[in-house]
Design a protein around this ligand. Structure first.
Ligand code: ADP
Ligand code: MG
Ligand code: MG
Ligand code: MG
Length: 394
């Protein structure tokens, strides 16, 4: 059933802010300019700026999927998960998030810092921009959250309560179906270019289904840390010297490699796009981002390791093995996310905006990369980058 609550409209935003003193202190509502900018699949986003250049953003969860409309009801409780993630992640990694101004649980409205002086990383990559350091920032963000919200940073009994309090069945189901199942099982709602029919079918072998099954199993059973849960490059804002992860409505306790994998998958897509556009220099730079992200994650995680709460068996040797396993899993999860962007329900504009012919060439390169990542199982960021470089150069 669709939940009933009042939805915000641009004309009603000033009155809403006036009714909330914490927010009213941040902007002058008598000179407020409000624009609804939501470009995502799910929610309303209002950028609110006053005459003296101060601003804030309100994000309201709709009780249905925006991409489809009220005929697909969808729990607005995802806003609770997003608020929780901002609050918890903010304790350990505030510099990589928008400042969080509060949550209205009755109307599912989050208030946060206005980041319109940044731009969404996906768009920047699509346009061929370079943002050096953004990948490393995201690696450090994931490391901080991974360490401090999981078994290495939280006492065991306290952790059980955190895990139990952060479940999001409906949001997890979306990832389980769209990312970890349907690209490999086939599904009515999958779609892709006619030219990619063979490529799409080539993902539906028993070997690749079993590989997807292995990852889905890890996703559904390995509650390692409070993940962001949807950390693709469309959930990251960049500006010179600043990187912010937002839109954490898919946050839940899951495998850390999944957060590292979503940006990796986008680097593959960016390389494929750059290759068909002849943007060799940008493509070569994008190929370095796998290592930039991983190396920063690893360095940050190692720097936190001396604080491990139970060092009796979580020793140095364990850490080496855990890092190696996490890096392998990152490669495999990245493959599933890349596959769904070509043949699943929810594609991304990076490739969709290309002309049909180069779009098919790029899509095929991504699918070939996916298969090698899942069948050959490269172990390191450098190996993953090498596979992607080979496939986009064919
Ligand atoms: P959805 O969950 O529907 O995808 P997002 O949180 O991704 O919603 O927001 C959708 C879009 O709104 C973003 O891609 C971005 O363009 C804009 N946006 C979201 N949050 C902010 C913010 N804090 N500052 C500026 N723009 C934002
Ligand atoms: Mg989004
Ligand atoms: Mg978006
Ligand atoms: Mg979202």
């Amino acid at each position: 059933m669709t939940e009933q609550y009042e939805l915000l409209e641009p004309e009603k935003v000033a009155a809403y802010i006036d009714a909330h003193p914490d927010l009213a202190a941040r902007v002058d509502t008598s000179t407020l300019d409000v624009t609804e900018v939501g470009d995502g699949n799910l929610n309303l986003v209002f950028v609110c700026q006053d005459g003296s250049g101060r601003g804030l953003v309100l994000k309201q969860a709709l009780p249905y999927v925006r991409l489809v409309g009220p005929s697909w009801p969808f729990t607005p409780k995802r806003a609770v998960a997003e608020a929780r993630a901002y609050e918890v992640h903010g304790r350990f990694a505030a510099e990589y998030l928008p400042a969080f101004y509060g949550f209205d649980a009755a109307r599912y409205i989050l208030a946060m810092e206005d980041l319109t002086d940044h731009r969404v990383w996906r768009g920047a990559l699509t346009d061929g921009e370079r943002h050096d350091g953004a990948a490393a920032d995201i690696g450090r963000y994931v490391a901080r959250v991974a360490f401090h919200t999981g078994v290495f940073g939280v006492e065991a009994k306290a952790l059980k309560a955190l895990v139990a309090g952060a479940i999001s069945p409906e949001l997890c189901e979306i990832t389980e179906d769209l990312v970890l199942t349907e690209p490999f099982s086939g599904a009515e709602r999958n779609w892709y270019q006619d030219e990619l029919e063979d490529a799409a079918r080539s993902l539906q072998t028993p070997e690749l289904k079993a590989a997807a099954g292995e990852l889905k199993y890890a996703f559904m059973t390995r509650a390692e840390a409070l993940l962001h849960g949807d950390l693709h490059t469309g959930s990251v804002m960049v500006r010179e010297g600043s990187t912010r992860a937002f839109d954490s409505e898919f946050a839940f306790y899951g495998p850390i490699a999944f957060d590292l994998a979503l940006p990796w998958s986008n680097f593959v897509v960016t390389m494929a796009r750059d290759a068909v556009l002849g943007r060799d220099e940008h493509g070569a730079w994008a190929a370095t981002l796998f290592e930039e992200l991983w190396d920063a994650f690893e360095a940050e995680f190692r720097s936190l390791w001396p604080n491990v709460v139970d060092p009796r068996v979580y020793n140095e040797l364990f850490l080496e093995r855990w890092l190696a396993q996490t890096q392998r899993d990152t490669a495999a999860f990245a493959a599933t996310e890349a596959a769904r962007r070509i043949v699943g329900l929810a594609h991304a504009p990076d490739l969709e905006a290309l002309d049909p012919e180069p779009r098919a060439v790029a899509g095929r390169a991504v699918i070939e990369t996916v298969k090698r990542l899942l069948l050959d199982r490269p172990e390191t960021a450098a190996e993953v980058s090498a596979v992607a470089r080979e496939e986009v150069a064919r």
